[in-house]
Every structure is written in structure tokens, then in C-alpha cells.
Design a protein around this ligand. Structure first.
Ligand SMILES: *Cc1c(COP(=O)(O)O)cnc(C)c1O
Length: 452
């Protein structure tokens, strides 16, 4: 006989159930009651939908719901997608030193805005200025919450109510609906597009100058590549054209790398030092893309421009917190010491050789029943190096339903995200840190066992 809502136990009787009563010893009563109510409500829905085959037991469901309700919403996952800077998976992981610096700064007091030599008020912005100057040759630096904020600040401070000239081919959407033209409008700068979608020359910028022009702008076309009949003026040419009108060039590098990506079999991503050397008056980039640090927007350039940004009211609204400064300083110190490739996780992953990845894959495949080793290609991601990939190695699984296995892996104690290709689930090892290999093997074994 089909069940009716009258067959449902009351919330009170669920709370009297021995299995639920024992939970009250270790969980607040309020949470247990909420979980019991939710379990009964779900059973009612299932009965009304005719999904119950003669058996309901809301009490059995209460513990699971309690644990779900108290699980931290933001959790560590294993990124086995092969995309090193994965925007959906938290971008750059921090180095061990950066993590220690964050814990140190956050667990007690710090000299965030206190000059220890003088014994008086200091500035948080001064904390990383020397490091950034030393690494890039910039006259001055300012760090804000992210690169989008850096752009809004730079345009608000330097071009509000005036014109910013940019090539039509660089009016890009970065991701998550973040569009350069919208950001420019938000800052109160008037956008002047020059050139055509595929071809723009320095002369186009020249011709667009009026008494209202505030600056020329270049945006790294991060996440797409133009091929074929194209032209963009080199930064040095743009700087020359701007200099004829005494205008500054603002260069949004996006990823902004300090190391040369061409050393790792990739194309050359524009480097921060080169942009400054070519004469860009202001350069901005993200802290958590190729720099491999915390989320931040880093602005570098001529001291009089940085001084104007520092004084702008927006700067206070978008200043980073102490944990960001701690992680950023520790990350920059890796570059100062020449150890970034060894210590910064993003560079450890990019610089890993295919033979190292292959050895790890073989080790892992030996521990996971049914796993094989497969050559594949990984990408850097983070809006850098579009169309570029690196040879990589993956563990491949061919279950009846790759989607079902992928779902189980995402639901595990340490969620694992891989990718499905030609009915196989691939776990690309380039984006997995070697110290996560054992956890990955355990997660795979457990997800495969559940399947059987
Ligand atoms: C990623 C990116 C941004 C935005 O940087 P966030 O740090 O994500 O705010 C801006 N411009 C370019 C070219 C980018 O690639």
C-alpha cells in the first residue's frame, strides 16, 4: 500500500529516536532539531511525489544532514584538470613560506601599519614597495584587492571625465562577465576605441588624441589569440606615440609574469619588467595568476602617478588585508632569492618535466585498480597563454559511466576535479601538487569501491 503523509513520524518522535538522541550529546540541540525537521519535510515531499516504496525512516537521515550543515563551505580540492591557474578552483596555491607568513600575521598582532624603527604609525602600502621595486625596476608600487580594482582605480584617478584611448581588438571580456569597456565606464573614463578588430597601428592612437585625452591604454588579450591578418603596435611604439602628446600609457598585463614562460616550452607571456622598461607609465597585473601569490592587484610605475593613486579615496576602499600583504611579501621574497621555480607552486607545476609527471603517474596507477597512464596536454590558464599547452601525463580510468565516477570524486572527503575526454576520466598530474598524490590515490580507490 502506498504511504500517505499520515504515516510520517512527528519531529518529536524522530528526536526521541535513540540514533538521534545520541547526536544531542555532541551537537547543539537547535541544529539537531533543524536537521530532524528537514528530514521529516523531505520524507513528506517524497511521499507526496509517490517516491516511497513502503518505507520511511527520517531518523536515519539526521546525522548526515547535521554533518552537511556544519561542513565548511569552502574546502580544499585536488585540481586534476590540468589547468594550473584554474579560476574556478581558487587560482594560485600559496607556497609553504607564504602560508606560514599568513598564519603568523593573522594569529597575532603585526606591524601592519606601525613603523617598528620609528615607533610610530606606518603604512601598510610601504610593506611590499621595496620588494616590488627591486624585482621590477619600477619607481613605485601600490597593491590593491585585485587587478580589476587596480584598473578601476588607475582609470578613476587618471582619466575620470576624460578620454582613454584603446585598441578595438583589446576590448575583451575576461570571464565571469568582467568586460573591459564596462570597467572603463564605471571609472568615469570615456572610452575611445581605435583601429579595427584585427588591425590597429600607433598612428590610430595618434589620430585619436584631443585636448581631453588622459592616457593610452593597452590590455593584454589574456584569454584569446588572434591569428592571421592582424597588427597591434608594440608597447614601445605606443609609448613613443603617447610621448609625442605627453600622455602616459597604462598597461594591463593580466597575468603579469616575472619569469620567462618561454623557458618551459610555452610562448612568451609579456613580462612585467619588460613592460616597465618599454616605458609604460603604469602597469597592473594580478597577484594570484602567474605571480603565484594571494589575490591582489599590483600597480607599478612612475612615482608621481602612483602617488596620485595612493591619495585617491577609492584606495582606502580596496586596500588588501594583512593576510594578503603577508602572503604577497613571502611570495615576492622567493623571486628575490631566485627560488621561485622551486618554491612557488604555480612555477613548480609549470616547470615539472613530462618524465617526472610520468613517474608519478606510474606510481599512482600501480596503487589504483583499473588505472592506466596516458599522455595528455595541460594548460597554464588564468587568462595567460591562450592556445598554448604543455605535454603532461594523466591517470586514466574507463568506468561504465565516467560522469558518475566524476560525481563521486567530487563528493569525496577531499573532492577531486578531473576532466572527461573520449569516455575516459583523466586526472592530469601537472596541476596536482606531488604532496597530494597519496590523497589522490586514496580518493580514487574509495570512489571506485563505492561504484562497485
Ligand atoms: C585576470 C585579468 C584581469 C582581472 O584581474 P583580477 O585579479 O581577476 O581582478 C584584468 N585584466 C586582464 C587582462 C586579466 O587577464
Amino acid at each position: 500500500m502506498p504511504l500517505s503523509p499520515r504515516d510520517l513520524p512527528s519531529v518529536d518522535s524522530v528526536l526521541r529516536d535513540g540514533r538521534v538522541r545520541s547526536l544531542l550529546a555532541s551537537h547543539p540541540r537547535k541544529l539537531v532539531v533543524e536537521a530532524a525537521r528537514a528530514a521529516v519535510a523531505e520524507a513528506r515531499v517524497a511521499i507526496l511525489a509517490g517516491h516511497q516504496n513502503g518505507h520511511i525512516d527520517p531518523a536515519a537521515d539526521v546525522e548526515h544532514r547535521l554533518l552537511q550543515a556544519q561542513r565548511p563551505p569552502l574546502r580544499g580540492v585536488i585540481n586534476a584538470t590540468g589547468v594550473v591557474i584554474h579560476t574556478n578552483l581558487g587560482r594560485a596555491p600559496l607556497s609553504a613560506a607564504a602560508l606560514r607568513a599568513v598564519a603568523d600575521a593573522a594569529s597575532g598582532y603585526s606591524n601592519l601599519e606601525y613603523d617598528l624603527d620609528a615607533g610610530e604609525r606606518g603604512s601598510r602600502h610601504a610593506l611590499v614597495t621595496d620588494l616590488l621595486r627591486r624585482l621590477t625596476g619600477a619607481e613605485d608600487a601600490l597593491v590593491v584587492n585585485n587587478n580589476a580594482a587596480a584598473l578601476v582605480l588607475a582609470l578613476s584617478a587618471l582619466a575620470q571625465g576624460r578620454e582613454a584611448v584603446i585598441s578595438r581588438g583589446q576590448l575583451i571580456e575576461i570571464g565571469g562577465g568582467f568586460r573591459i569597456p564596462d570597467v572603463m565606464r564605471q571609472s568615469g573614463a570615456r572610452l575611445v576605441e581605435v583601429g579595427t578588430t584585427n588591425r590597429t597601428y600607433a598612428a590610430d592612437f595618434d589620430a585619436a588624441v584631443s585636448e581631453n585625452t588622459a592616457l593610452f591604454m593597452r590590455v593584454h588579450a589574456s584569454n584569446f589569440a588572434q591569428v592571421g591578418f592582424t597588427h597591434t603596435p608594440a608597447l614601445a611604439e605606443l609609448v613613443q606615440a603617447a610621448a609625442r602628446h605627453h600622455l602616459p600609457v597604462l598597461d594591463d598585463l593580466g597575468s603579469g609574469t616575472l619569469l620567462d614562460t618561454s623557458r618551459y616550452g610555452l610562448a612568451r607571456e609579456p613580462m612585467v619588467q619588460e613592460s616597465l622598461a618599454a616605458g609604460a607609465a603604469l602597469v597592473c597585473f594580478s597577484g594570484d595568476k602567474l605571480l603565484g601569490g594571494p589575490q591582489a592587484g599590483i600597480l607599478l610605475g612612475r612615482s608621481e602617478l602612483i602617488a596620485r593613486l595612493r591619495k585617491h579615496p577609492l584606495t582606502r576602499a580596496i586596500r588588501p588585508d594583512k593576510m594578503t600583504f603577508a602572503a604577497l611579501a613571502a611570495t615576492l621574497l622567493h623571486y628575490v632569492r631566485g627560488e621561485a621555480e622551486r618554491e612557488v607552486p604555480v612555477w613548480r607545476m609549470i616547470s615539472a618535466s613530462a618524465s617526472t609527471l610520468d613517474a608519478r603517474a606510474r606510481g599512482l596507477a600501480g596503487k589504483v585498480v583499473g588505472a592506466t597512464v596516458q599522455e595528455t596536454c595541460s594548460t597554464v590558464g588564468g587568462g595567460s597563454l591562450p592556445g598554448q599547452d604543455q605535454p603532461s601525463v594523466a591517470i586514466a580510468l574507463s568506468p561504465n559511466s565516467p560522469d558518475a565516477l566524476a560525481r563521486r570524486l567530487r563528493a569525496g572527503a577531499t573532492p577531486v576535479v578531473g576532466r572527461i575526454e573520449q569516455d575516459r576520466l583523466l586526472l592530469d598530474l601537472r596541476s596536482v601538487l606531488p604532496e597530494q598524490d597519496a590523497t589522490l590515490a586514496a580518493a580514487l580507490t574509495s570512489a571506485l569501491a563505492e561504484q562497485r
